[in-house]
Write a protein that binds this ligand. Structure first.
Ligand code: BG6
Length: 255
């Protein structure tokens, strides 16, 4: 029965890769909405994938969230990764400390026996402070590393779940609802057709940085994230998706 399960997942991977027009899709069995261990399995799959592409001297930027925390918890040392530099992709974005990019970045770097640099900035931030802070030499230095990172790994969330989790101010929450955001990544909120309808101002990686020659890996699962995943991939911003069967089946439902 296990083999049958595995081959079913393989078919889902191929169909999803075609549908979302991605380089590579990995689907782990189960639904992380229902069982917490499925998130751990996505974490493990992501670590295995990273190890398969590990060359010397890479810089990896990572976002926050519980899915990225499970990638960190599964990280192990691997040949070729010991001189990697880990950086947070963006600021804290209102996450609790254990799920902030800085925290996850340190854990990943330590477990991979690599190095890290962190971002110390208030978050979110006013336009005026933003302009000043990005000129601070210590911040500027880390921002440069982040924006030129070789690999980006990030989570994806349901728009309203993320807006509520971040305690988004009422006026912004109204915009997110009114403009019918369904997905969220890096503090950007996307409509069903993939349009950016709202953005949290914070330092770090910007959506336009994802273009160009770098490996961008999204890790997100659970059937409740299917719409979020499809909204984010409308214009296709990442090259790899690591997900679970719950989300994959939901994404393929109408085809
Ligand atoms: C946040 C990221 O920290 O994690 C978001 O900034 C992402 O872009 C979210 O949507 C995902 O969280 P989780 O807990 O569902 O993995």
């Amino acid at each position: 029965p296990y083999m049958r399960e595995v081959s079913g997942v393989k078919v889902l991977e191929d169909r999803l890769r075609e549908k979302l027009k991605l380089e590579s899709v990995i689907v782990v069995p189960g639904d992380s909405d229902e069982s917490e261990w499925v998130k751990e399995e996505m974490g493990k799959a992501c670590v295995t994938y990273l190890q398969s592409i590990s060359g010397p001297g890479q810089t990896l930027a990572v976002t926050g969230g519980t899915t990225m925390a499970s990638v960190a918890s599964r990280m192990t040392p691997s040949a070729g990764m010991e001189d990697w530099l880990f950086v947070p992709a963006r600021g804290g974005l209102g996450e609790r400390v254990e799920h902030q990019a800085n925290t996850i970045c340190v854990e990943m770097a330590k477990k991979a026996m690599g190095n890290y640099r962190l971002l110390y900035v208030p978050d979110p931030i006013s336009e005026e402070s933003y302009q000043n802070i990005i000129e601070e030499p210590s911040v500027k230095d880390v921002l440069g590393i982040i924006r030129s990172s070789d690999i980006v790994i990030h989570g994806l969330g349901d728009a309203l779940t993320m807006a509520n989790r971040r305690k988004t101010p009422d006026d912004q929450l109204a915009v997110i609802k009114e403009r019918q955001a369904v997905g969220e990544a890096f503090g950007y909120y996307f409509s069903q057709s993939g349009e950016v309808v709202h953005k949290v101002r914070t330092v770090g990686l910007q959506l336009e940085d994802l273009e160009g020659d770098r490996e961008v890996i999204a890790v997100a699962g659970g059937s409740s994230k299917a719409d979020a995943i499809s909204s984010y991939f409308q214009p296709g911003k990442s090259s790899v998706l690591i997900t679970d069967e719950g989300a994959a089946k939901e994404l393929m439902r109408d085809t």
